[in-house]
Design a binder for this molecule. Structure first.
Ligand code: CA
Length: 234
């Protein structure tokens, strides 16, 4: 799920050769793989042929508009990030760009380290939080809407059950102590008491039941005297 930055291809669409070159050199040093398109048509050619992690996009191109490139990307249901770089510092350009689906907007002139920071944040968002769904065998999680599914059937989970499922599933194959899970679910401010164990057993029991009733395997293993393990290898 986690990618290395050096696997990430970036497309720079910019007709000012000097600026395009300096962005490309800078980002190459940051271990990105950069390609440059100096005009609308070559940008479209590249987008049709390759997938980019993020596209750094000038709006005013000699043979077209960056806005049309955003429209094309959205039409293709591309999941590339888009950062607009533009000298047109008009508010409505910014609004239009973001409305069309760009992730961010930088006004020229900008510092390369600022661009790099925005790029990292767009990539992080798209890879980690922005991802629409995560699949673990027959279980599917949609974190944006805090919903879980088994074979596309939605689970009716309480807030705590959902949090518990996420914690177990993102720590799959690791043994988690009861105390660790309790601290994660309720915070450590209240201390661990007999009540907390009872609450945990109840939530585990309910979650296990709901998963199985929906058709999932019994992935939650009880590790005697320690805690639990979410074993996706079953
Ligand atoms: Ca330009």
């Amino acid at each position: 799920m986690f990618k290395n930055y050096h696997d990430m291809k970036i497309l720079i669409v910019e007709d000012e050769i000097e600026l395009a070159t300096s962005i490309s050199n800078y980002l190459n040093c940051e271990k990105y793989i950069c390609e440059v398109a100096y005009d609308y048509n070559s940008a479209v050619d590249k987008i049709e042929s390759y997938n980019y992690e993020c596209i750094i996009l000038d709006l005013n191109l000699p043979d077209g508009s960056g806005f049309d490139i955003i429209k094309l990307l959205k039409m293709k249901q591309s999941n590339s990030g888009i950062i607009i770089i533009s000298a047109r510092n008009a508010l409505n350009d910014k609004i239009e760009g973001l409305d069309l689906g760009a992730d961010d907007y930088l006004s020229k002139p900008f510092s390369l380290s600022e661009l790099n920071a925005r790029l990292r944040s767009v990539i992080r968002r798209r890879n980690f939080e922005g991802q629409i769904e995560y699949k673990y065998n027959e279980i599917k999680i949609q974190p944006d809407i805090r919903k879980a599914f088994v074979n596309d059937r939605q689970l009716e989970l309480t807030r705590k059950e959902y949090d518990l499922l996420i914690y177990l599933i993102t720590n799959q194959r690791r043994v988690l102590s009861k105390e660790t899970i309790i601290e994660h679910l309720w915070g450590d401010y209240m201390g661990i008491e007999a009540d907390s164990y009872d609450a945990l057993y109840t939530h585990i029991g309910n979650l296990r039941k709901k998963l199985q009733e929906a058709g999932a395997k019994d992935y939650i293993e009880t590790v005697y005297a320690v805690g639990y393990k979410f074993n996706l290898d079953k």
